[in-house]
Design a protein. Structure first.
Length: 404
């Protein structure tokens, strides 16, 4: 009886923790097409991660999201996601009522909530928007205006002529007045967005809140495109303020892993991490290679550019595998059969391992959480020689290091 009571108490305690936060969502969509909404934690990939499907009835949708800790979630219409072009609405899963309005992919979603953390988010974006949004709107109008003129030129050309025209002029060194103006405005656009990001980082450092932790995590997710002028503000804010806030929250692990991944550049040492080997056991990636050169290929069946990169490696692998060149592929998948099917189609003959539903957070640890994949060419002593190199770059390094 006591054992049964203990089990019941444990189950009740688990249930209570799982229901610590209840976010009541009431939404409306002005897009006539959606029949279903997807909802998941922000950063999740609907191709590989679990998510919830919410039915849409007469343009309305409702859902009670129950979580055991604060997190940032996003919601997107199924039809827009399937078409590959969408705007998502994001919100914090705190105890609150949140209203969401989603239009077509061209409309900016509107989110209003009653929770303390959500109101801090709204206050931040309102104050920062007051400073920058009018300037951004003006620059966007200029960009659209020049694009229309350039597309007007296209109407009088064949596709072949247009391709030549673009290849000759769409660069920073172009002397074409249209493209010179266009590139100048794009630079202005980048500069103002950088200033906006810096101002947001400063505001959140002065007003610590959960949105600040979200913002730091999201900034570092886009590791390959980090701005040198912006990164120090986020690093300092995290180290000074946020690393000690919301103790034990899973976002800290993500942020710390990504900060470490900033150093994954040529000349530095590659990292070690757990992978699931062919026997289904957890081992260190370093235990699986011992050659003169190893290429770690992080790919996915659904990532076309990843597979093209891997296919281009095939002749190099065959040529240099007996001279000490190794390749290990790691596929980021939701289902194991997707990896197997892609390998059969593309004909990879090197070792391929499975990262099922991000179980070991390998993409995160490699600074590729927001990417389909990438690759690291590593010397025998663990030094990174190249990051996501082309087949031509790999071949050049192989010739230098492995040919007699």
């Amino acid at each position: 009886m006591k054992r049964l009571l203990l089990i019941s108490c444990i189950a009740l305690g688990t249930m209570c923790r799982a229901q610590k936060y209840t976010c009541h969502i009431e939404g409306i969509t002005t897009d006539a097409e959606p029949k279903v909404m997807y909802i998941a934690e922000k950063g999740a990939d609907f191709r590989i991660d679990d998510f919830v499907r919410i039915p849409v009835t007469d343009g309305n949708f409702f859902y009670d999201l129950k979580t055991d800790e604060l997190s940032c979630y996003y919601i997107v219409p199924e039809n827009q996601y399937q078409n590959g072009s969408f705007r998502y609405a994001e919100f914090i899963s705190e105890n609150q009522d949140v209203s969401i309005r989603i239009g077509t992919r061209k409309d900016t979603p509107i989110v209003k909530g009653t929770g303390k953390e959500t109101m801090m988010q709204e206050q931040c974006e309102k104050e920062i928007g007051t400073i920058y949004d009018s300037s951004i709107k003006g620059i966007t109008a200029k960009i659209d205006s020049i694009r229309k003129i350039i597309l007007g030129v296209k109407q009088n050309m064949t596709q072949e002529q247009w391709n030549v025209y673009v290849s000759e002029n769409d660069s920073e060194t172009s002397t074409n007045p249209l493209f010179v103006s266009y590139n100048k405005i794009l630079r202005e656009n980048d500069e103002i967005y950088e200033q906006k990001m810096i101002s947001r980082a400063k505001w959140l450092d002065e007003h610590p809140c959960f949105y600040g932790l979200i913002n730091i995590k999201e900034y570092f997710r886009y590791l390959p495109t980090l701005k040198a002028s912006v990164t120090p503000y986020y690093l300092n804010s995290y180290k000074k303020t946020y690393c000690n806030m919301f103790s034990g929250h899973k976002y800290h692990e993500s942020i710390k892993n990504i900060i470490k991944a900033i150093d994954l550049i040529p000349g530095n040492k590659y990292i070690d991490y757990d992978v699931c080997n062919k026997e289904g056991k957890q081992v260190k990636i370093s235990s699986l290679y011992s050659g003169k050169l190893i290429y770690i290929d992080l790919w996915a069946s659904w990532c076309g550019s990843c597979r093209r990169r891997a296919i281009a490696l095939k002749p190099l692998y065959e040529k240099y595998k007996d001279k000490g060149f190794q390749v290990i592929g790691i596929a980021r998948e939701q289902k194991a059969e997707n990896m197997k099917k892609a390998i059969d189609q593309d004909g990879y003959t090197w070792m391929n391992l499975l990262e099922l539903k991000d179980q070991n957070k390998i993409w995160l640890k490699n600074g590729l959480d927001n990417a389909g994949g990438g690759g690291f060419l590593i010397a025998a002593d663990g030094t990174i020689l190249a990051v996501t190199p082309s087949a031509e770059q790999v071949e050049s390094i192989l010739k230098e290091r492995l040919e007699d």
